[in-house]
Design a protein around this ligand. Structure first.
Ligand code: PLP
Length: 428
């Protein structure tokens, strides 16, 4: 063996190794939810089982499972060993065709595979959608309260965030006058999340059209986070924003996580609903950005045609329809149950949930003794009743907490009874 090194000796005396600094990008990346949740202390001697109504993951309690068609297709595709290789970084053509067919409409909002970029989850789709459009110093209008990731992506890339208020007294509709007042010549998009996390709201056609009018008036595209798609309850109906305009460009982000109860599988997508080639270069930029991670999971993508475009009249189509009916009716029943239970509690103000799997409850600190704010409420509720919810501060608002109502009803009932005891004990 040749032990002689070819490496030239150092020119100068060597400096000692020193601890290295992370990049600015990493330093600017910080999820407020993590910071807040990490500061919540788990009770060390809880005498009751902890009930976690905090995580927006429909699979945690084991009562909501993904459709059989999805499981069977994945198993079949694993065995075929045809989906183990690299694929196009923006997704396979068949998967993009299926998304375009399922989410486009040839008359009102046509899509082709060239408008679809498949990403690693809805989060990956949002990352590409935002960073492919905005430069440092540009600004993005975001709802308040909002899913925290929008802010995280913007902060990491030095994109300014400006918040438009959602009004609880109007079922979390956006304050459009205030929204318009935030716009300047560096505003590059308005982000709309419908159905909403954390609000559980679903906007009417009229309200979505009114938001589109603001976008139209200022010539600003919409980024529509529609990951909760048609998960709606009661009389609420989901309208994809792109279906309501022929002039405003809409960049719609969605994915499999919530609609098919597989958040861990990490597949989402962007659908670019362009108008008159306004977004031609942006679409190309999105394809370029997809090459950064060489695309999303090939195996999961391979199941997209089976679940989004099953053959009409097939057993698979019927099975998927039955899955959806059952999944949504469980969530619908849980939404009603949650409303009934929580709205009776003195000191709380529940905003009626219309979709997704969330409800926001206002905390009346003038009624609740020893409760300073939502963070204090969360910690004390956990300490005294072993129920974990997320404080509104995680979403940018004070004196609310968010409940995820995907758990089985017995668990929800137990948790709501404990919340009721807590509030009663703390009532003035
Ligand atoms: C509003 C919203 N958008 C996007 C996402 C991200 O979805 P994914 O798990 O597919 O990354 C979530 C996840 O909770 C969400 O609530």
């Amino acid at each position: 063996m040749n032990t002689k090194s070819n490496c030239p000796p150092p020119a100068k005396k060597l400096k000692p190794w020193t601890r290295m600094n992370p990049s600015e990008l990493a330093n600017n990346t910080s999820n407020p939810i993590r910071k807040i949740v990490d500061n919540i202390k788990m009770p060390s001697n809880a005498n009751k089982e902890i009930i976690r109504l905090s995580l927006g993951d429909p699979t945690v309690f084991g009562n909501l499972n993904c459709p059989d068609v999805l499981t069977e297709t994945i198993v079949k595709n694993v065995r075929s060993i045809k989906h183990n290789g690299y694929i196009h970084s923006a997704g396979t053509e068949v998967a993009r065709d299926a998304i375009a067919k399922c989410y486009g409409n040839p008359v009102t909002h046509p899509l082709t595979r060239d408008d679809i970029i498949i990403a690693s989850g809805g989060s990956g789709a949002l990352d590409i959608a935002i960073t492919g459009l905005l430069n440092p110093g540009d600004n993005l209008l975001l709802p308040k309260p909002a899913f925290a990731l929008y802010q995280v992506i913007c902060d990491a890339h030095k994109i300014e965030t400006r918040y438009y208020d959602l009004l609880p007294e109007r079922n979390w509709e956006a304050d459009l006058v205030q929204m318009a007042s935030l716009i300047d010549d560096r505003t590059r998009a308005i982000l709309v999340n419908n159905p909403s996390n954390p609000c559980g709201s679903v906007y009417s056609k009229e309200h979505l059209k009114a938001i589109l009018q603001v976008a139209e008036n200022y010539r600003i595209p919409i980024i529509a986070d529609e990951i909760y798609g048609d998960m709606t309850y009661g009389d609420s109906v989901f309208y994809p924003m792109a279906s309501l305009t022929t002039t405003v460009p809409v960049i719609s982000c969605s994915g499999l996580a919530k609609l098919f109860a597989v958040p861990g599988w990490r597949v989402g997508w962007i659908a670019v609903h362009d108008r008159n080639n306004i977004l031609a270069d942006i679409r190309a930029a999105y394809f370029k950005l997809s090459t950064l991670i060489l695309g999303a999971n090939s195996l999961v993508q391979s199941a997209i045609p089976a679940i989004l475009t099953p053959v009409k009249g097939s057993a698979e189509e019927k099975s998927l329809a039955a899955f959806k009916k059952q999944y949504y009716s469980i969530l619908d029943a849980n939404a009603q149950f949650t409303l009934e239970k929580l709205r009776k509690i003195r000191g709380l103000k529940v905003v009626v949930p219309q979709g997704a799997m969330y409800v926001m409850c206002g905390i009346d600190t003038s009624i609740l003794r020893d409760v300073k704010d939502d963070l204090d409420f969360t910690q004390k509720l956990l300490d005294e009743e072993s129920v974990l919810v997320l404080p509104g501060q995680c979403f940018g608002v004070d004196n609310y907490f968010r409940v995820v109502f995907s758990a089985p009803q017995e668990k929800l009932g137990e948790a709501y009874d404990r919340i009721a005891s807590f509030c009663q004990r703390h009532s003035k």
